[in-house]
Design a protein. Structure first.
Length: 391
């Protein structure tokens, strides 16, 4: 009967190797602690001639050092039983039992880590403490623990109903020395075990940690991308706002410039003559330019024609042409713009016959306003061209 039970257990173990590996929950043993509680039976092989099934249980504590390997401690309690028929000559009784406590450092090799069905093999080395009892429950020779070697090895599998625990079945053999049965014939003893139970997993596996790290990295990337989109949208909105303001300001300046040009055109009959005198400065009122450019407006040529006439009638005079702007924009930009505008006036005059050596240029930007830049008319008058007649 006992032999049939162990054979049936072994058959269940082997048959279960063909269970579909994609059932249940996938599991990764690497980086996790496992605590197992397994119970079942054993069969002691010794120098007695009858085998008896005894109860036993294991406690395992192991750590997954890689997907394929884990290491730890395999310990437990076994009642090893045997009978002798006929009894040995000179020995009392025909029955012997051990109260045994084996423990061994053990290595497990997993064949399908990360799968829901994970077969494994294991082997280890350790010791076993035991006490002998006869059929009358008397200790032989006394109640003190005796020590034997303990070398466990075996095969088994785990099936995972969840990510935190598994059902376990394994069969194995534990090698001992020849002395536990009290009959020393020079052969190693041992016992067969078949056990089932549960393993409980703790901590986070390496694969899960990597997945969590990937998810966190993706979250950070998503947040960064969302922030980049938000900043881009704000920048685009600000650019549109600045562009609208610039266009509005350009239109305002154009309208103001056109109005000033019209006013100057109305005064042409009164300001028809420009007189140049050494050491004097003449403001060429009405000489205007397109917005943000050094291009003369059509009204400006009427004024420059009079300046041209004055230069022709005074061929011995040299003139410094000075450009000025209002304070809209940066100082560097306005200084460059005023210089380009002065150069435009010089080019216009040279193209009409005035010797280039008589004309020099300078750009003052908004450094020398003649009126306040806080009003539209003030800014209009500050945007001017001056002839400074040199001594």
């Amino acid at each position: 009967m006992a032999t049939r039970t162990l054979v049936l257990t072994f058959f269940v173990l082997v048959s279960s190797m063909f269970v579909r590996p994609d059932s249940g929950f996938a599991q990764d043993t690497e980086g996790r602690w496992v605590l197992g509680f397994h119970g079942g039976g054993n069969m002691w092989f010794n120098d007695y001639n009858e085998r008896v099934i005894g109860p036993g249980g294991d406690i395992t504590l192991r750590y997954g050092i890689s997907p394929a390997f884990s290491a730890g401690l395999l310990a437990g309690y076994e009642e090893l039983k045997s009978k002798q028929d006929p009894p040995f000559a000179g020995q009392a009784g025909d029955y012997l039992k051990l109260h045994a406590m084996p423990a061994a450092a053990t290595l497990w090799v997993h064949f399908a880590s990360g799968k829901s069905f994970n077969p494994y093999v294991y082997a280890g080395f350790g010791a076993m403490l035991y006490k002998r009892l006869d059929g009358a429950a008397a200790y032989i020779p006394d109640s003190k623990f005796i020590t034997s070697i303990n070398v466990p090895f075996g095969v088994g599998f785990e099936v995972f109903p969840s990510k935190s625990n598994s059902f376990v079945i394994d069969v194995g053999y534990r090698i001992t020395d020849d002395y536990p049965d009290g009959i020393k014939k020079g052969n190693l003893g041992g016992y067969l075990t078949a056990k089932a139970g549960m393993n409980f997993y703790f901590g986070t596996s390496t694969a899960e940690k990597e997945e969590l790290a990937r998810a966190e990295a993706q979250r950070i990337m998503d947040v960064a991308a969302a922030e980049a989109r938000r900043v881009k949208e704000l920048a685009e909105a600000e650019a549109r706002r600045v562009k609208a303001l610039a266009e509005a300001e350009a239109q305002r300046i154009k309208d103001s410039t056109d109005a000033a040009a019209r006013r100057l055109a109305d005064q042409r009959g009164r300001d028809t003559v420009i007189v140049l005198e050494k050491g004097k400065t003449v403001v060429l009122k009405g000489v205007n330019f397109e917005f943000n450019k050094a291009t003369l407006t059509s009204y400006s040529e009427n004024i420059l024609e009079r300046a041209l006439s004055a230069l022709r009638t005074s061929p011995d005079l040299n003139v410094l042409i000075v450009g000025h702007t209002d304070n809209v924009g940066s100082a560097a930009y306005n200084k460059n713009l005023s210089l380009r505008r002065a150069q435009t006036v010089k080019t216009w005059l040279v193209n009409r016959g005035i010797a280039a050596k008589r004309l020099s240029v300078a750009g003052k930007g908004f450094d020398e306003p003649i009126e306040s830049n806080n009003t539209e008319d003030g800014r209009l008058n500050n945007r001017r061209i001056e002839f400074r007649v040199l001594e």
